[in-house]
Design a protein around this ligand. Structure first.
Ligand SMILES: [Zn+2]
Length: 398
């Protein structure tokens, strides 16, 4: 235990110490496998300061250093890695058919430890099955676990699920996923978290304002500014699928009329073909794309759907002014299946001044792992703070 005088000294030293430490840890998150010399150069730290900060971080089991391969020039340096006994977060992705539970060290890269399919989508059963997996990880890693974050295919408000057409849920309490009292449990919409992950690690790296749009059952996404999703006053923002860009006669399961959701997924393709609404719009849409080449009626239905999607993307670009648009889930295959219809609707929907220089619309690069990366990032944002490092240091110094 520190004496009162010692404590005062350490409190004074703390702010400056964590500022440098957090900057170094942030470099490790952005550039896994980074060397100490590169971190020093990027943060304009002297070699001495960088060495001092990394030594403290090693002592606190926050990172480890291994000799870097010699490059022939410059002084020898080290590669910075997460410490083998360092803090971790648990990231969960709760999807329509299945779930995955992963562990991420402070470099933020989730490694899946368990996964399973929903035997039943009854909320209590899903929470019980996933909660057991989370508890097994917590039992194994104990105090190293500092936070749990859940990406869920649902509308999230005030940190809780309010509804999910995908899972057939109303309001559901996910509190049962917390493995221990006092451990932060963070819940986020899967498309929102995937968008944050694309901005930090994927196709939108380096663009300050990025729009992510994904199609699964309906449309989801988010505007991300400097790596943080814009979530609105209660966290339920980014529900782009419920903009009235669809048929104003059609009632959406969300309760609103004319939602874009109904104009862009498998339900739209089925409607254009005069078929009943599919039970699983995602797999119906994929099957339709596979049939489109041989069947002109299906090709035309896919084209109309891609056009409805492009028109909405134009509206979002007009409204939000992103520097890049990333497409996740079924969005990119839909565009690729009918590129001309998509491009024409997009261009026609853009305000004239935007047409000469529209933002690039590109495929997301993290694929199905986007939401899991985003959940890990959300949890680490909570852990890698002044308070989070204080708490960790308190547990790791005598
Ligand atoms: Zn709706």
């Amino acid at each position: 235990m520190a004496s009162p005088a010692g404590r005062t000294r350490s409190v004074r030293a703390r702010d400056a110490r964590w500022r440098g430490a957090l900057a170094v840890l942030d470099e490790l998150r952005r550039h896994p496998g980074v060397t100490r010399a590169d971190v020093a150069r990027r943060l304009t730290l002297s070699t001495g300061s960088a060495t001092e900060i990394t030594a403290r971080l090693r002592e606190l089991a926050l990172l480890s250093e291994t000799p870097a391969a010699a490059t022939g020039r410059g002084r020898p340096t080290t590669v910075l890695n997460p410490h083998p006994d360092g803090p971790v977060v648990i990231a969960v992705d709760l999807r329509q058919e299945d779930w995955r539970c992963a562990v991420a060290e402070i470099d933020g890269r989730p490694r899946v430890s368990e996964e399973g399919r929903h035997g039943s989508r009854h909320p209590a059963r899903v929470v019980a099955a996933v909660g057991e997996a989370v508890r097994r990880v917590h039992d194994r890693l104990g105090g190293r676990v500092r936070a749990v974050a859940v990406a869920v295919a649902a509308t999230v408000r005030h940190g809780g699920v309010v509804q999910s057409a995908t899972l057939g849920w109303g309001a559901v309490d996910l509190g049962g996923l917390a493995p221990a009292p006092g451990l932060p449990l963070l819940v986020g919409n899967d498309a929102t978290l995937a968008g944050a992950a694309e901005a930090r690690y994927g196709a939108a790296v380096g663009t300050g304002t990025a729009l992510h749009v994904t199609i699964e059952v309906g449309v989801g996404g988010t505007l991300v500014v400097d790596g943080l999703p814009i979530e609105g006053a209660t966290g339920a923002g980014g529900e782009f699928g419920h903009l009235p860009l669809g048929d104003p006669e059609l009632r959406c399961p969300c309760g609103a009329l004319g939602c874009w959701d109904l104009a862009v997924d498998g339900r739209a393709i089925a409607r254009h073909l005069g078929e009943p609404p599919p039970r699983d719009p995602r797999s119906y849409a994929q099957a339709a794309l596979a049939r489109a080449e041989e069947d002109p009626a299906v090709r035309s239905a896919v084209g109309r759907t891609a056009s409805g999607f492009g028109r909405g993307i134009a509206g979002l670009i007009n409204a939000l002014d992103p520097g890049i648009v990333t497409l996740g889930g079924f969005a990119e295959p839909l565009r690729a299946a009918a590129p001309e219809e998509f491009a024409e609707a997009l261009t026609d929907g853009l305000m004239r001044f935007r047409r000469a220089d529209p933002p690039p619309v590109v495929a997301a690069t993290l694929g199905d792992d986007g939401a899991l990366h985003g959940a890990a990032a959300l949890a680490l944002d909570r852990v890698l703070t002044e308070e989070g490092l204080d708490a960790w240091a308190a547990d790791h110094t005598g």
